[in-house]
Design a protein around this ligand. Structure first.
Ligand code: HPA
Length: 252
């Protein structure tokens, strides 16, 4: 049965509170097992899937996540549209803590991650178009849903994906700002590229947890896990309303 929307939760987002009549699935995919069970249930009257990217209990660091298995599992269960929730740091002025954003570009600084389906011998070589790394139609639906729900959302921005798991140096963030990045996170790639290879519609809802190193008004600020979690939970307050609007959106 088709799934209206698959949601991948990032740091601080380990469940969708309102998901009802939940069934758990953990398919084995050609790429291995996903981070944890895929919870499928009803949300706003629609079938929705949820997967915690880091595993339940946040056991997987960004570079150890099996991004291929996660997306392949969602697809095998019937998903065609994926909304990725990504906890990020803010670099430029409009992207301070607790902001929600729907970026439209990304730069990949990660390394050593399996970043394509063309890894196995004999697999077809794919050179997918990635000029718009997020599916424009799904991005538009997210932006419209936020407006309908009265949830503040920054439309656009460039997501820089870093390797982690450590946070960045001030010099690294200064370089990313010069490169044009507005946001920094550790899980945006290879997920977005793999989604394109799998022909899944994919958009990112970025949740700003902190000013990135050396960004924001207090350049000496030390980032603590507690601040990150507090800001994520505050920023998440509007997300259920946004999801409702996205799921009931007319005219799709
Ligand atoms: N850098 C990278 N990833 C992050 C950050 C950050 O400052 N905050 C939350 N995820």
């Amino acid at each position: 049965m088709t799934i209206e929307l698959a949601v991948i939760g990032g740091t601080g987002v380990y469940a969708l509170g309102e998901l009802a009549d939940v069934e758990s699935h953990q398919p084995i995919t050609p790429y291995g097992v996903p981070s944890g069970p895929v919870r499928i249930g009803t949300y706003a009257g629609r079938r929705v899937a949820f997967l915690a990217r880091h595993g339940e209990g946040h056991s997987l660091p960004p570079h150890k996540i099996n991004y291929r298995a996660n997306l392949a599992a969602l697809q095998a269960l019937g998903a065609t549209r994926v909304l990725a929730l990504n906890t990020v740091g803010g670099i430029t002025e409009r992207f301070g803590p607790r902001v929600l954003a729907c970026p439209d570009q990304l730069i990949d600084y990660t390394w050593g991650r399996i970043s394509t389906l063309c890894e196995e011998p004999g697999s077809a070589v794919l050179h997918v178009d990635f000029g718009d790394p997020y599916t424009p139609a799904l991005r538009r639906q997210v932006v419209v849903a936020a407006a309908q729900a009265g949830v503040a959302l920054v439309d656009g921005g460039c997501y820089g994906a870093t390797q982690g798991p450590r946070l960045e140096t001030r010099a690294e963030i200064a370089r990313m700002r010069r490169d044009g990045c507005d946001l920094v996170g550790m899980t945006g790639m290879p997920e977005a590229g793999l989604a394109r290879e799998l022909e899944l519609d994919y958009a990112c809802l970025a949740i700003v947890a902190n000013w990135a190193a050396g960004a924001g008004p207090d350049v000496d600020e030390v980032i603590t896990l507690q601040d990150v979690l507090d800001n994520v939970s505050a920023a998440m307050a509007g997300v259920p309303r946004l999801l409702h609007a996205l799921l009931v959106q007319a005219g799709r």
